[in-house]
Design a protein around this ligand. Sequence first.
Ligand code: NAD
Ligand code: ZN
Length: 678
Amino acid sequence: MTNPAAAALIARSNRLGADPKNTNYAGGNTSAKGTETDPVTGEPVELLWVKGSGGDLGTLKESGLAVLRLDRMRSLVDVYPGIEREDEMVAAFDYCLHGKGGAAPSIDTAMHGLVDAAHVDHLHPDSGIAIATAADGPELTATIFGDKVVWVPWRRPGFQLGLDIAEIKEKNPQAVGCILGGHGITAWGETSEEAEANSLWIIDTAAAYIADNSKTEPFGPALDGYGALPAAERAARAAALAPTIRGIASADRPMVGHFTDADVVLDFLAAAEHPRLAALGTSCPDHFLRTKVKPLVLDLPPTASVEESIARLQELAVAYREDYQGYYDRNAVADSPAIRGKDPLIVLVPGVGMFSFGKDKQTARVAGEFYVNAINVMRGAEGLSTYAPIDEAEKFRIEYGALEEAKLQRLPKPTPLATRLAFVTAAASGIAKAPAAKLAAEGACVVIADLSLEKAQEAAAELGGSDVAVGVQVDVSNEAAVQAAVDAAVLAFGGVDLVVNNAGLSLSRSLMETTEKDWDLQHDVMAKGSFLVAKATAKVMIEQQLGGDIVYISSKNSIFAGPNNVAYGAAKADQAHQVRLLAAELGEHGIKVNGVNPDGVVSGSGIFASGWGANRAAVYGVEEKDLGKFYAQRTILKREVLPENIANAVFVLCGPEMTHTTGLHIPVDAGVAAAFLR
Ligand SMILES: NC(=O)c1ccc[n+]([C@@H]2O[C@H](COP(=O)([O-])OP(=O)(O)OC[C@H]3O[C@@H](n4cnc5c(N)ncnc54)[C@H](O)[C@@H]3O)[C@@H](O)[C@H]2O)c1
Ligand SMILES: [Zn+2]
């Protein structure tokens, strides 16, 4: 049964975490102290429940809490070796744990345990950090809060900060909390309600003071020509720049992207002071660990052409990497971890918006959210005073500190298709549902493009929601529609690097029965459609300079000749030769082009369900429901071909093993000698 103190803590944390004004995503931590019966002695034991490393307050559950024996945790004070070795104390927390399970204790555990109050909140509210990063933060704290909130000069999160805050609480019995310079706030209370009320009072009082006292243009006057483009132009410009920007962010390792054109970003970029402020970088450790110390800012107005913008972005990328190397070289010491990549995680484009990057979609999205937090912080600080973030040496000590390095080492190994951005046509139903699901399961972000937007979105939702898959509308036979779908894909995940040309349809008709319209339709969807998709996506891939894969779902019928198939078979043969032609042409960009030749995939196939199956069954004199089994008996392996078998072939072609193969077709037909490739 959950201890009442822990239950109150979880409820309070969920309330605090649900409102973004109180803390950033997964930022901050909360705790409660209480008594339970020790199962070993039968005696009462004092415990500390504290949010563990990594979790989010808004969704905190009991499993996200670390549970420590308070007496043992506080005994650490006697063995604390001093600030130079304070990181060692994090490992010591493991020796204070009560029972098993629960989350790993975070670096802030000392603050929660050592402060003498039953409930403690440590939060990263934009309003509080604005005061914490104002050049005259100590004076502002006194003016705004009197003696109820105490200023604590910047100190890295750790055991010493916990000791400092415990002492402040002891020496200031009238205080309800403190402003942590450069970082955030901490508040406390004897009950959960009191701690929550104190946290909210600090956050809201700071916000109200900023609202009432801020200068009217905290970011300076409007910059001529830097205003936001109209929404449609903004989206078009963002899509045009995104592949280049993703390439820049992925020079050292491939990244997934996120784009936002929220007003808060556009307003910041439209004002005169944005270059100076962006260069100062973010301050709260949570912020800069996800955003890097500073963003890359395009120093051209949106009136510049796409070509000029791309050329300038490339120059700025070189400068960014040099600058980051300089930051590393200035601050690294003998036992610092190796440099982790010099590319920006945040790229700001005036008039257009913000691109943010991460190892997966959620990380990329959250990096963007944190930069919005940082913009709010800068607005508050500049409105009252001057924004003065912590200095770069301190940022480096956290970014390349032992604890951060250990956290990164503990991350699970990336999945085989992590960071790959897939675009699969006609995957809302039919056999391509399986490849889309397989690519997502192996870590790719998937765009499902289908004739029906609604079905595409449903299929995407089944794969796990917008951090995994999104649905877009496309008619692959229409060039403008293909471009719009590819633009939507690029805005959803930052680019494209894995394409499955699957859309198709089959009309089984003899030469005499085949009309001009039949011929055109099948060629428009399959031959022309895959050409248009290949053209639009290859352009993105070339701009990204990250290589890529294009896979055609061709057919046994691209090789095999039989009656009643002239239009379909010829369109499939066209697709099959596109594979070879494009493999030859796109290889210089690292783009592999391969094909899969399925046959007899009855299960899940709309082609079979909508007439072709009945027709084939009649031709072969079997019942339609037995067609799959009938086809199986015609094969060499006597196996029925399922959509999963197609999915596996697509995965192999694009996966990490098949790096040296292009221009290949893989038959997935359970063995049909007449369709052997030679
Ligand atoms: N099922 C098989 O045995 C088999 C064998 C060989 C090849 N194929 C090929 O596999 C692919 C998928 O076939 P399936 O069996 O899943 O059939 P299906 O009918 O279930 O799927 C084909 C999909 O293509 C979509 N489509 C048609 N025209 C489109 C357009 N203009 N724009 C966008 N999408 C469009 C349809 O909406 C449908 O969702 C096709 O290219 C087909 O030729 C299938
Ligand atoms: Zn913090």
